[in-house]
Design a protein around this ligand. Structure first.
Ligand code: BGC
Length: 756
């Protein structure tokens, strides 16, 4: 009798030969090549799947971390055992060509079918060369540059063996208490969509089979940014209209753009956890949008459905998630341990499992991993590519453009080269916090450039003392700070939050500068010296005190590896700041939620005819924020002409061109971000008081003017109305074009359906 051991490999050989695979020598491992077209791809995936056992198929739906960089409960650390058994399809937090090669070798050589692993990682704003935090980078409104920074991140990550980033985070976020506001593109849906598209273009390029492009992941689906009270992971309860008009459009846009993967969010949406939410995952994502990549959970979010009170145990949670449309389980071990039982019992169908496995394998094929599982491991190139001079230079440019000048009284900035500076503050000599959090493999000490180092590199005339810590209440250095301030021409204080005060699980109920930093400002102010503050932070802060006490405010966010240089470039005017806020800075925390595109009420305040007392306002603070969405100063000034419209009426098959002349009327060359806002005056559901519908960033030499044209189409005016979908409505639309969102309407046009 011939033993199974001999027959089995023989059968495999026959099946592979028949199905288009070929062998290199006589080995049980098939040799693959990148598929030429969809048909070829499907055939290969089918052939491979025909060989897979149920356990092996389930294995493809399992994602585990190594023990680095974990952001949640460590469920178990047996990942090497799972890997050897063929029970792991993907891994995260494994980086470096040598390490990923080692793990890949186990997958390829020690498992029965040798299916390569997919390596994922949070490459959020850079891999080793760290760019400003996403909220900072978004403040550049510079889509080309944002795409470039994602491209560089992909180049650096992929040279170290990575195939997949858990980015971009496309959650619209409007609550500065929420720490993860730092990871997104701000409060506006339109801008967030454009920026997210640029990020995906950068990560995925236009050919996934290139070994320097990586899969992107649209996260966190959905409405994670709407967590109640800004507390991370908290409940989300919103109307269908708000969900569709505010939170979902960036996700839909990314599907259109071919984003490879989606990640579910931790929160529930209207009573159903996002990870078990069939409405979001099947009805909308698959059926309406035709997404054909795969969906991964967030970290243990299947398991968390038990805590949500939605699943009775892990097996039930797994069934809810899988049947809702989740293809891959991140770190929960639920699919690994429970799915087989569910399939046996018929609560999960194997046909459905086949679909998930197919979507995962397809991407592995597209990445070329079956052609060469090590094709992203480039031990020999890591050194040359990572932190290259070019990457650092681009990081400096992105950081320059991310900086938002919030205040500049008496044109105190830019500083003259020989100005004697007192450099004070807990973040002035900081190489740690300056790169922010979610910094992948970004180096801090010795690589990131602090403001102090930036000043040294420019041979500036300065003396430094810390003055205080970020959070502690020690006052021991205040006297030194006062002393150096007294003998300076200007004081530059570098203040802010620690990198840990924003990002995941870092919600704050108080959004003022922490510790005794405000006290230090007040003390320094008493010296009467001109006072500039540079801020590093991951959220809008309550700057009401600062805006009164200081002469200039430079919002630098966490500007990344080259951040110190970029800040100094701005301080001295080597770069004229051009960033604009993508999120509103409130006057006080009590105004939250506050965003530029809120709705009107039946009793609007501060308008002609409003009742002094019985109108919608606070009795102890204004309605207006401290700094509005879209706001940011320059060292020069821009004058806007009046809008000229090429027609007064728009229909579904025409467009209107709105043109405006913008002139640089100041003393410096500079860039301006020109913003178009439109208001749908009367709607069959109430509409926001204004909405950003376009923007252009232009460079103007001093004295120069340019005409900027925005094309407005019916599509731009659509909004979601429950049960009717996205619709246009006839009526009057008001508009303005300006340098920020706080402006009166100047023009209008009508939308009328064409009669044909
Ligand atoms: C975060 C995700 C991240 C994942 C993997 C989670 O805690 O919410 O954004 O991608 O961890 O690190």
């Amino acid at each position: 009798m011939v033993s199974k051991k001999i027959i089995y490999p023989f059968l495999l050989v026959v099946i592979f030969c028949l199905s288009g695979f070929s062998y290199s020598e006589f080995s049980i491992k098939p040799k693959y090549s990148v598929p030429n077209n969809d048909e070829d791809l499907n055939r290969r995936v089918d052939s491979l799947m025909a060989l897979m056992t149920l356990k092996e198929k389930i294995g493809q739906t399992v994602l585990y971390t190594t023990q680095f960089d974990i952001t949640g409960p460590s469920i178990d650390d047996n990942y090497l055992d799972y890997l050897r058994e063929g029970s792991l399809g993907a891994m995260f937090n494994a980086t470096g060509s040598a390490f990923t090669r080692k793990l890949q070798k186990i997958a390829v050589e020690e498992t029965r079918l040798g299916i390569p692993l997919l390596f994922g990682y949070d490459v959020i704003h850079g891999y080793k060369t760290i760019f400003p935090i996403p909220m900072g980078e978004a403040s550049s409104w510079d889509l080309e540059l944002i795409e470039k920074s994602a491209r560089i991140s992909a180049i650096e990550a992929s040279v170290e063996g990575l195939h997949w980033t858990f980015a971009p985070m496309v959650d619209v976020a409007r609550d500065p208490r929420w720490g993860r506001i730092s990871e997104g593109a701000g409060e506006d849906t339109f801008l967030c969509t454009k920026i997210s598209e640029a990020r995906v273009r950068g990560f995925q390029g236009d050919d996934l089979s290139q070994d320097n492009t990586i899969l992107a992941c649209a996260k966190h689906y959905a409405a994670y940014g709407a967590a109640q009270a800004g507390r991370d992971y908290h409940t989300v309860d919103i109307s269908e209209n708000t969900l569709r008009n505010v939170y979902l459009p960036p996700f839909e846009a990314l599907v259109k753009q071919g984003v490879a993967t989606f990640m579910t969010s931790f929160n529930e949406v209207n009573g159903v956890p996002a990870t078990g939410n069939k409405y979001l995952l099947k009805d909308i994502l698959r059926d309406e949008w035709n997404f054909d990549g795969f969906v991964v959970t967030d970290y243990t979010s299947i398991n968390e459905m038990v805590h949500h009170g939605y699943a009775k145990d892990l097996k039930h949670a797994g069934e809810l998630a899988f049947n809702a449309g989740v293809d891959m389980d991140m770190q929960g071990g639920v699919y690994l341990n429970e799915m087989e039982k569910s399939i046996e019992e018929g609560t999960i169908s194997e046909t459905q499992l086949n679909q998930s496995v197919r979507s995962i394998l397809k991407l592995k094929f597209k990445l070329g991993l079956f052609d060469d599982p090590y094709r992203y491991c480039h031990e020999d190139q890591e050194k040359e590519i990572i932190l290259s001079k070019e990457h650092l230079q681009i990081a400096r440019e992105v950081a320059q453009k991310s900086i938002v000048l919030l205040k500049n009284d008496d044109k105190i900035l830019p500083l003259k080269s020989d100005t004697k500076i007192a450099l004070i503050g807990p973040l002035a000599d900081d190489e740690f916090n300056i790169i922010g959090n979610w910094t992948a493999r970004g180096d801090r000490d010795g690589v990131a450039v602090s403001v102090k180092e930036g000043l040294e590199a420019r041979n500036s005339n300065f003396t430094f003392t810390k003055g205080c810590e970020i959070s502690s209440d020690s006052r021991s250095d205040i006297a030194n700070a006062l002393e150096i301030a007294a003998t300076s021409d200007v004081v530059v204080m570098v203040l802010g939050e620690s990198e840990r005060m924003s990002g995941e699980a870092a919600s704050r109920t108080n959004i003022k500068l922490p510790g005794i930093q405000q006290e230090l400002i007040k003390e320094i102010k008493k010296t009467g010296k001109p006072l500039v503050i540079v801020l590093m932070n991951g959220r809008p802060l309550d700057l009401s005190l600062e805006s009164e006490q200081v002469d200039a405010i430079v919002e630098a966010w966490f500007p990344g590896t080259s951040g110190g240089h970029a800040i100094v470039d701005v301080l001295f005017g080597d770069y004229n700041p051009s960033g604009k806020l993508t999120v509103t800075f409130p006057m006080t925390i009590g105004q939250i939620p506050i965003h530029y595109n809120m709705k009107n009420t039946g009793r609007p305040a501060y308008i002609k005819g409003a009742n002094e007392r019985y109108s919608s306002k606070y009795i102890d603070a204004p309605n207006k924020p401290l700094y509005p969405f879209g706001f940011g100063l320059s060292y020069t000034t821009f004058e806007y002409g009046s809008i000229s419209l090429d027609r007064e009426t728009l229909s579904e098959n025409t467009t209107i061109n709105a043109s405006i002349e913008v002139k640089n009327t100041g003393e410096y060359d500079g860039e301006e971000i020109i913003q178009l806002y439109i208001k749908d005056v009367i709607g069959s559901i109430t509409r926001p008081t204004k909405e950003l519908k376009g923007f252009k960033k232009i460079f103007l030499k001093k004295g120069e003017s340019k005409t900027v044209i925005f094309e407005i189409a019916a599509e731009d005016l659509k909004f979601y109305k429950n049960k009717s979908g996205f619709i246009n409505e006839e009526g009057k639309y008001e508009m303005f074009i300006a340098g920020n969102s706080d402006h009166e309407f100047t023009d209008s046009f009508n939308f009328i359906f064409s009669k044909i």
